[in-house]
Write a protein of this length. Structure first.
Ligand SMILES: [Co+2]
Length: 510
């Protein structure tokens, strides 16, 4: 939609791809009576442009932007001007914008190398541009593909200027539900839901890009706080975190060894990740409340490979078995069978891999990470069925310990109760203000103490405890198996679309 509107852009671009992009998007605004669309409002009116000549990257934020070509050329020529000066020039020329970053990049064009130096290759971007816009684009097409930086900083909406994000892994329903694949009625329903899926796909692509960087980068010796901040900063940048429109969906889990879930460092935590650790990285991204919840296990010592293989296989089995009308108990049974077929030898001792039977996957609702349905990882006989339109996170945990977790250690994870007790007043004044902050900043999305710290909240522990005691806030302390054991986790989010299943968080890595 956005892309085809954009072709009505009336500004003439030069041959620099980025300015085409900028002018095309402005054209879209003009068609909308010079008012930004709801989508762009949501994106915070944020553009980032990178010239094809790679000498300048410019990021503009503001209320309304109507740049002209002279200004664009001027900025291009004078890549070295500073941010305040660029902002003033925009203002002097009557543009209501502020510029928050100008980055000068080196001239060696990596993309050109990757493309074998070909300049006039085939039109292959899936931008949806047609006609005049396509023609305009053609020359600088290849160069326009913007690559993610390391660490990841470029918003996904810049990498996908069409604002159409990649689909996840698709699979057809089986047996009695195979008719859905070709049903006209179900297809029509999906078309109506496109924006919803697109939001979820955007969250999923952010997850993939952030985690793939994290997997390459996390090394023994890093503090848990560094690890979490790397993931959280990457997520905020790529999803353009903006209140309830988009952002981090819950605290970054990085539980170690016998701790299976719900550990993230609090301020002052000096824990450093070790070569022999088994670390579960569990983080979430949301767009418009659509949450993608996905986790993997990070190890450095290959001795754990079989443990990881067991859990990855178990999670994939659960994902594969899932479908419309499938019973929870049957999925749990399939997961259990696969998980228990593995064993792992650690330090000369062989352990069976046990599913942690009191942990489950879950359905996901808007802004609610835990919907009403649970997906067991053992056969518990639950006859509840999965239904069309449901979003699920299937997460399985394998352990060399007892296969049961209990709560232990200092709490870091909290969430506002979905249904706040209406009859119980909040007595402490400090608890009232803290509760206001929680409502305003997180709503029903889980948060951790570090997220409160960065908002400038301090000395809140007593107030937080009283909110937990009164039932306004839930505490989610770490969940641990026996000391000395090792636990691993893999998790994927999928949606049961009317015609097929889409595993949103699937990547090349897991
Ligand atoms: Co989950």
């Amino acid at each position: 939609m956005l892309a085809s509107d954009a072709k009505s852009g009336s500004l003439d671009g030069d041959n620099c791809g980025s300015f085409h992009e900028l002018s095309l998007r402005i054209g879209y605004f003009r068609k909308q009576n010079s008012r930004p669309s709801a989508l762009d409002r949501r994106l915070g009116y944020e553009w980032r442009t990178t010239t094809a000549c790679r000498d300048l990257a410019l990021r503009v934020t503001g209320i309304e932007v109507t740049p002209n070509q002279d200004l664009a050329n001027d900025l291009k020529k004078k890549a070295a001007i500073g941010v305040p000066e660029a902002t003033n020039r925009m203002k002097d020329s009557g543009h209501l914008v502020t510029i928050d970053a100008i980055k000068v990049e080196s001239n060696d064009n990596k993309e050109e190398e990757d493309d074998g130096g070909e300049d006039d290759g085939e039109e292959e971007e899936k931008t949806g541009l047609t006609g005049a816009a396509k023609k305009k684009k053609k020359k600088s097409n290849k160069k326009k593909k913007i690559k993610q930086t390391e660490p990841p900083t470029i918003p996904l909406s810049t990498i996908f200027p069409s604002k159409i994000y990649p689909e996840g892994e698709l699979s057809e329903y089986k047996d009695d539900n195979l008719w859905r694949t070709t049903s006209e009625e179900k297809r029509a329903l999906e078309k109506q839901n496109f924006d919803q899926y697109n939001d979820a796909r955007r969250a999923a692509e952010v997850h993939r890009q952030v985690r793939q960087y994290a997997r390459r980068t996390i090394k023994p010796g890093m503090t848990m706080i560094e690890i979490c901040e790397m993931i959280e900063n990457g997520t905020r940048n790529l999803v353009e975190a903006n209140g309830f429109d988009s952002g981090i969906a819950f605290p970054t889990g990085c539980s170690l060894n016998h701790v299976a879930a719900h550990y993230t460092p609090n301020a002052g935590d000096k824990t450093v990740i070790q070569y022999g650790d088994v670390c579960k990285i569990d983080f979430g991204v949301h767009v418009g409340g659509r949450i993608v919840d996905s986790a993997f296990t990070l190890t450095f010592d290959p001795v754990y490979d079989n443990l990881l293989a067991a859990v990855r296989d178990a999670t994939n089995t659960g994902v594969r078995e899932a479908g419309i009308d499938v019973r929870m108990g049957d999925i749990g049974a399939a997961i259990q069978e696969v998980m228990e077929s593995y064993e792992v030898e650690i330090g000369g001792k062989t352990y069976p891999v046990k599913p942690i039977r009191n942990l489950t996957g879950h359905s996901i609702d808007l802004y609610k990470i835990h919907g009403t349905k649970s997906v067991p990882i053992v056969n518990n006989g639950d006859p509840t069925k999965m239904e069309e339109g449901d979003y699920f996170a299937i997460e399985t945990f394998g352990s060399t310990g007892r296969g049961i977790v209990r709560t232990d250690m200092e709490c870091s994870h909290y969430s506002r109760a979905y249904d706040v007790p209406k009859t119980i007043p909040i007595r402490l004044a400090r608890a009232k203000t803290l509760f206001d902050t929680i409502n305003r900043e997180f709503g029903t999305l889980p948060f951790c103490r570090r997220y409160l710290d960065r908002l400038g909240e301090d000395k809140y522990l007593l107030a937080l405890r009283s909110l937990v005691d009164s039932g306004h806030v839930n505490a989610h302390p770490p969940l641990v198996d026996v000391k000395g054991s090792f636990t691993a986790q893999y998790e994927h989010t999928f949606v049961l679309r009317p015609t097929r299943k889409e595993v949103l968080s699937r990547g090349d890595d897991y």
